[in-house]
Design a protein around this ligand. Structure first.
Ligand code: ZN
Ligand code: ZN
Length: 228
């Protein structure tokens, strides 16, 4: 699933590039580090998060922090264990005001050298559908090429998956959103108002909620098929 991920995406703006670089793990460098595991703490800047969220309605709040422990085994397997902590902002489904979305999550990733899988498949005599299936089905393992592992794609996916389909601002269910007819902010009108103070339209029993369709990129990440 990840092995064909593009590297060195030219669309990364200059301000986000520093974080993108920090998310590249140089395995040669890692191999020279003493001890079993190397700790890495990376602040995912607002610019980087805004780049990640570019196709969504969300945007950066404060910086999200990635803390990870990297351990490289002699066979080239890289284990990344850690966590994301922080918040992203998404528009409230009713009033479109900022709603904080907790982006905190655990990270548990295994990267395998792609060459090893190719060798394995090559040395497996005959047609071995079981072997192939085994490789293809294990989505927890990510293949990498060469001497560097790019963490940016997996961290990006993790942040995007943290975005829920329905978000409400700090008012929660008490948010009365916007007038369905003229768009005036009902939250600013008297609490007992039954008609819009701007256009005089009567309010519905339930506040209007802005329905969000699951975008194609998210369906793909969630493993949902577009086929019925
Ligand atoms: Zn709201
Ligand atoms: Zn109105």
């Amino acid at each position: 699933m990840h092995n064909d991920a593009k590297r060195g995406n030219p669309a990364i703006p200059e301000a986000a590039r520093e974080v993108h670089e920090a998310l590249q793990v140089d395995l040669e460098w890692l191999r020279r580090q003493p001890g079993q595991a190397t700790e890495r703490v990376i602040q995912l800047s607002q610019e980087w998060i805004d780049t990640v969220c570019a196709d969504t309605e969300a945007r950066a709040g404060q910086a999200v922090q990635l803390s990870a422990q990297l351990s490289l085994h002699s066979d080239g397997t890289l284990l990344v264990r850690g966590s994301l902590t922080g918040e992203i902002l998404a528009p409230c489904g009713r009033c479109l005001g900022d709603a904080g979305v907790d982006a905190s999550d655990e990270l548990c990733l295994t990267f395998l050298p792609a060459a090893r899988i190719r060798d394995y498949l090559k040395n497996t005599p005959g047609d071995d559908p079981e072997g192939l299936e085994l490789v293809a089905s294990d989505l927890d393992e990510i293949f990498y090429e060469g001497n560097a592992v790019d963490l940016s794609n997996v961290v990006r996916e993790q942040l995007l998956l943290a975005l829920p389909m329905r978000v409400l601002c700090a008012r929660g269910e008490a948010c009365r959103g916007m007038c369905g007819r003229c768009g005036a902010m009902v939250n600013d009108m008297p609490a007992d108002a039954t008609t819009c103070s701007a256009c005089k339209a009567p309010f519905m029993d339930e506040p209007e909620e802005h329905e969000q369709e699951i975008p194609a990129w998210k369906r793909k990440l969630m493993g949902l098929s577009d086929d019925p």
